[in-house]
Design a protein around this ligand. Structure first.
Ligand code: MN
Length: 242
């Protein structure tokens, strides 16, 4: 049976080598041979520029490249951690960068793909931060700084964000239901797939009396998580660490 795979929120980090290895194995076995692999944001815990050729970054790019070379197209969307993934990364890893949102035809079902942070409209503070770091001028200024300085800034931003989110209500950091209906109606899709919230689930919805589905991908902290879609439907699966 043909299948297409969706993953997100791996948060790959040199400090969690088992997860990186799990992902490299996944690329070599499961992903190679599937119709396509979609990575919907936060592949990396942080990405401070395509010129950061750390050992981990290089081995991940190599793994992606080999998967694509095996004949499986690989698509990568920016997340709120790795929004600086650029053209050089795309070339090095043989991936195509996806806009957020992206509309695809999934075995005949129009399907909208997002990272998910755009749906969390109740978190005003994060919205302002997103606007700042997605600004081209801000990004150009950041990328001009020496690698070491960028690394330090990324750690500081991460600490500040952790402090802010710890004081926020759970509901604020989940998707806004109206934002979901709005984006699905606007794009005329019966299916939305996104990550970001780390709350893997399949939500059955009714939008204007039509059946619709919102599928949330899981993170890769304790295990791997993948959504496998075939012409028969979609299924969320866990991947255990050996
Ligand atoms: Mn995210």
């Amino acid at each position: 049976m043909p299948c297409t795979l969706f993953i997100s929120d791996l948060h790959l980090d040199a400090g969690r080598p088992l997860i990186t290895q799990l992902f490299l194995d996944f690329l070599e076995t499961r992903a190679s041979g599937s119709d396509a692999l979609y990575i919907l944001g936060d592949l990396f815990e942080a990405w401070i520029g395509d010129d950061d050729q750390s050992a981990m970054n290089q081995s991940v790019c190599r793994g992606l490249n080999q998967c694509a070379a095996s004949g499986t197209p690989v698509f990568v969307m920016h997340g709120n951690r790795d929004f600086l993934l650029g053209e050089q990364f795309a070339e090095q890893s043989n991936c195509a960068l996806l806009q957020d949102p992206a509309l695809i035809d999934l075995y005949g079902t129009p399907t909208l793909l997002m990272h998910g942070d755009l749906l969390c409209t109740d978190d005003k503070e994060y919205r302002a931060f997103r606007e700042m770091v997605r600004d081209r001028q801000w990004q150009a200024g950041f990328l001009k700084k020496p690698l070491e300085e960028r690394r330090k800034m990324a750690v500081e931003m991460r600490a500040a964000s952790r402090e802010k989110t710890s004081g926020k209500a759970e509901s604020i950091m989940d998707v806004n239901p109206e934002a979901v209906i709005h984006v699905m109606t606007e794009n005329r899709v019966p299916r939305l797939i996104h990550g970001h919230t780390h709350r893997p689930d399949v939500h059955e919805l009714l939008i204007a009396d039509e059946r619709a589905q919102r599928i949330v991908l899981g993170d890769w902290y304790e295990q791997g998580s993948v959504l496998e879609c075939s012409p028969d439907g979609c299924e969320l699966q866990n991947i255990a660490i050996e």
